[in-house]
Ligand binder design. Sequence first.
Ligand SMILES: *Cc1c(COP(=O)(O)O)cnc(C)c1O
Length: 315
Amino acid sequence: MPVVLPEWTPDAPLQPLGFDWSAAAGIELAVLRLDLIDPLISGNKWFKLTHHLQAAAAASAEGLISLGGAHSNHLHALAAAGRRFGFATVGLLRGEPQDTPTVRDLQAFGMHLHWLGYGGYRARHRAGFWEPWQALYPGFSAVPEGGGGLPGALGCAALLTLARRQLAGLGWADYDGWWLAVGTGTTLAGLLLAEAGAHPVYGALAVPADHGVQQQVQAIVQAGGLADGSCRLLEACRGGFAAVDDELLEFIFASEAASGLPLEPLYTGKALMALRRQVEAGYFARGSRLLFVHTGGLQGRTAALQRYQQAGRLD
Ligand SMILES: *Cc1c(COP(=O)(O)O)cnc(C)c1O
């Protein structure tokens, strides 16, 4: 069954969000809930996939094949989309076979899984890597790891439209910037392209500062025809991607209790915590209105908390 482009435009509610620290600084927040676009598909990874899906449908591909780890939000969104819209998906996984909630979902969604080991996964950038997979799955389209690049960013430009049409409902005539968690910077690059300088985009880095995110963002934005890809990247990773600590978890649990907004520790929790730090430091003028993007990832929440508990550091 060739890939058919779904007739589906997801909706994500834009909700007011308030904490004692934002109120004390006179900052108004609203959250764009990408975690609520669909019961199966969640988060920014859907938006990063849309242009890849369009290309696969245009090529009458037989299915989609991509790569990721045992907790990959990207593979999760791809598998969920395949299930939801009836196309075949293949996931090439890093490392040895593991049983995680994400892997169980991938299997339940009908994704064909292959575990490449660590060495095999590292070979993914080599010439000829795809040949055996293309032979095994003829007619399948390959989506780069994480759904990145310009096609990924162009899909994320839709976030601007989603938020804009709900501003009036909040009683906001305008806003003063976006705040979101950043991994590769693809989602942030999509917002920069859509904004074309109209509003600033602040990125809370969920990866260490030496990961070259600024250069990656600049490259995508320039490929998209915008000369100036300047964004403000702020440190948020707290010692490394996937590093979790007691203070972060306490912040997450307290924020969830205060707002009802579910968070996970790798991206959204760290992004909100970094926002609090900047707000408390007086980074934003009183009266500023900010759009916080909930980029999803909640299906990995339990596993991330369990990994932390098993490391013996919680309580
Ligand atoms: C992948 C991911 C991000 C980062 O997106 P990039 O486009 O790589 O910057 C942020 N939040 C969540 C929940 C993610 O899964």
